[in-house]
Design a protein around this ligand. Structure first.
Ligand code: T3D
Length: 261
């Protein structure tokens, strides 16, 4: 696919790895195009039942490549359309894809790199990881969905603090705040994150898609509308082979086997 964004599909898990470790996986235009293609591919492939997003080397992702960004500013191109053309579609695809996405954060996640992690459904972080919103340090405001995701993860007051001050949040504090779901020792992050993605990949994929849809819908609707949405999703799930088989398996005191349909 690209040397800077690796794609590997195994056992129902599409592993997408940002691979420019020498620049902390900061995102060039070429990488963003490749990342957009990778998430589109994972979203559109029914054999992919969970996605794992990680960074190679000591960082998860340091956000926008600031060398390329500075060159665009010098050339009078401003942001060169990258928020609308790259960051926004990537986040829309990650959040709306009908399967869970796990971020494995092994080091620094900064700016749009942190936004990418926050857009994922679950985050496993190494004990060496840290998060910084970074944007205001260079006179920008949040993008790549962070104004939406961060306050839902930690509440508005903490989100305002993290965005205004942009201080680094070490892994242990990120766990306390609810920014991440789980910590792993640095040398076990890959194993722990892959095991989690693997567990999701053999789960009830349609139900997971409905969980994402229900949470996103409820975040912007009142209780009455959320009840209606739950009813609609539950009706659809009741007709899935996985639900029928899992109900039968329960009554027979057997473990269900989910086929993802
Ligand atoms: O079009 C648009 O730009 C709009 C979209 C914006 C989205 C954004 O993401 S804005 C935010 C951009 N990111 C940042 O502002 C973070 C900048 N980086 C840092 O603050 C720090 O590097 C880190 C906190 C990430 C890590 O600090 P540290 O001390 O562990 O490492 P370091 O020494 O600062 O960096 C190591 C190398 O990575 C260094 O290169 P060198 O000197 O060894 O050749 C550094 O320049 C490079 N690097 C780190 N971040 C970036 C980067 N190179 C390019 N772009 C980066 N974002």
């Amino acid at each position: 696919m690209s040397d800077t964004v690796l794609y590997d599909l195994r056992d129902g898990v599409a592993a997408i790895t940002l691979n420019r470790p020498e620049a902390m996986n900061s995102l060039t235009a070429e990488m963003k195009v490749a990342l957009r293609a990778a998430v589109d591919m994972a979203a559109g492939d029914d054999t992919v039942r969970a996605v794992l997003l990680a960074g190679a080397g000591r960082a998860f992702c340091a956000g926008q490549d600031l060398r390329e960004h500075a060159a665009a500013l010098e050339a009078g191109q401003g942001l060169a359309g990258t928020v609308q053309d790259h960051y926004n579609p990537i986040v829309r695809t990650i959040t709306s894809m009908r399967k869970p996405v796990v971020a494995a954060v092994g080091g620094v996640a900064a700016g749009a790199g942190a936004s990418l992690a926050f857009a994922c459904d679950l985050i496993v972080a190494s004990e060496r990881a840290s998060f910084t919103t970074a944007f205001t340090k260079i006179g920008l405001a949040p993008d790549t969905g962070m104004s939406w995701t961060l306050q839902r993860l930690v509440g508005r007051a903490k989100a305002a603090e993290l965005l205004l001050l942009a201080d680094p949040v070490p892994a242990a504090q990120a766990l306390e705040l609810g920014l991440v779901n789980q910590l792993a020792p640095a040398d076990q992050l890959d194993t722990v994150a892959r095991a989690l993605a693997g567990r999701l990949a053999v789960g009830p994929t349609a139900a997971y898609a409905a969980v994402k849809a229900a949470l996103d819908h409820a975040a912007t609707h009142d209780l009455s509308a959320a009840l209606d949405k739950e009813a609609e999703l539950q009706d659809a799930l009741a007709a899935t082979a996985d639900h029928v088989a899992a109900t039968r398996a329960f009554l027979k005191k057997e473990q269900p086997v989910f086929e993802g349909r």
